[in-house]
Design a protein around this ligand. Structure first.
Ligand SMILES: Nc1ncnc2c1ncn2[C@@H]1O[C@H](COP(=O)(O)OP(=O)(O)O)[C@@H](O)[C@H]1O
Ligand SMILES: [Mg+2]
Length: 279
């Protein structure tokens, strides 16, 4: 459990929530469906300042962003522009310094660590650049992990893990360990793990950053399918070609949103001059 993403996506950061207590009651019922016309994600004037000792660094400033259910949004920007900082806030992995984040109408700042752990575990599927698979476990055991923390019964976990692996085209790799799989296959295992809990929101941070072009196309095709099924996807990347797979591209530069416009894909209006359209 040393790997950051794995730990964060499956249990509470504080270490609470994974002890032998009763499963937390779902305190976020119907949170994604109460009003389908309202944004799932709303950031108002969000800023993030990192401080270490006397040194402060403003990684995000004045971020206003609304994302609706079923949108496929790429967050695009050069290295160091604040994309991962933004993803960590969106994924309830980190807290903001100023502003407000409402997730399905709920002010995230009002939720306690147990609520946040539950949201991360049950409502959000995370995909990271480094796959974050446990090397000693076969694919299906990696995929079932979020369900272990979600306290789903064993036979059901296995059934769902195998079904998720089938969905990503790895039915014949359920018993293989990560070391026996290609990078592209490992990332597909990670996508299966992100999907197994049927989350409404998929958050992917540079998911194709370690993949060759064929595997990149595979993973992006999977995201297309998930989008077609109505999932909300936020894809973080520094590669324009990858970002263009989404229907909307939000450009981040120096911690601020530089522009926000349709990519022209998925039936959206053609991209205009996104360099000009700041919001
Ligand atoms: N924990 C941290 N403490 C201090 N500075 C950080 C921390 N995390 C990120 N930063 C800084 O914030 C800026 C944005 O980082 P990041 O969000 O990781 O950018 P990106 O994902 O776009 O490459 C960078 O300058 C980075 O060095
Ligand atoms: Mg990053």
């Amino acid at each position: 459990m040393a790997e950051r993403g794995m730990d964060l996506m499956t249990s509470g950061r504080s270490g609470r929530g994974s002890t032998a207590t009763e499963p937390a009651v779902d305190r976020f019922p119907g949170a994604w469906t109460t009003d389908p016309t309202a944004p799932v994600i709303e950031l108002d004037g969000v800023g993030k300042t990192y401080s270490s000792g006397a040194i402060e660094f403003e990684a995000l400033r004045g971020i206003d962003l609304a994302i609706h259910q079923g949108e496929y949004v790429a967050i695009m920007g050069p290295s160091g522009s604040g994309k991962s900082t933004l993803m960590n806030i969106l994924g309830c992995l980190d807290t903001l310094t100023v502003g407000e984040y409402r997730l399905a109408g709920e002010n995230v700042g009002n939720l306690d660590e147990e609520d946040l752990a539950q949201i991360r575990n049950q409502r959000i599927g995370f995909v990271f650049q480094q796959f974050n698979l446990l090397p000693s476990l076969p694919s299906w055991r990696n995929v079932e992990l979020p369900l272990v923390y979600g306290r789903v019964e064993k036979a059901e976990r296995q059934r769902r893990a195998v079904a998720a692996l089938e969905r990503v085209g790895l039915a014949d790799r359920v018993d293989n360990r990560p070391g026996e799989l290609s990078g592209g296959q490992q990332q597909r295992v990670a996508v299966a793990r992100a999907l197994v809990g049927e989350p409404a929101l998929i958050l992917a941070d540079e998911p194709t950053g370690n993949l060759d072009s064929v595997s990149t196309a595979d993973v992006l095709a999977l995201f297309d399918e998930l989008h077609a099924q109505g999932r909300t996807i936020i894809l973080i990347t520094h590669e324009l070609e990858v970002a263009q797979q989404a229907s909307r591209i939000v450009w981040v530069r120096d911690g601020a949103i530089h522009s926000d416009s349709p990519s022209g894909r998925h039936g959206g209006p053609a991209a205009g001059a996104h360099e000009g359209s700041t919001r």
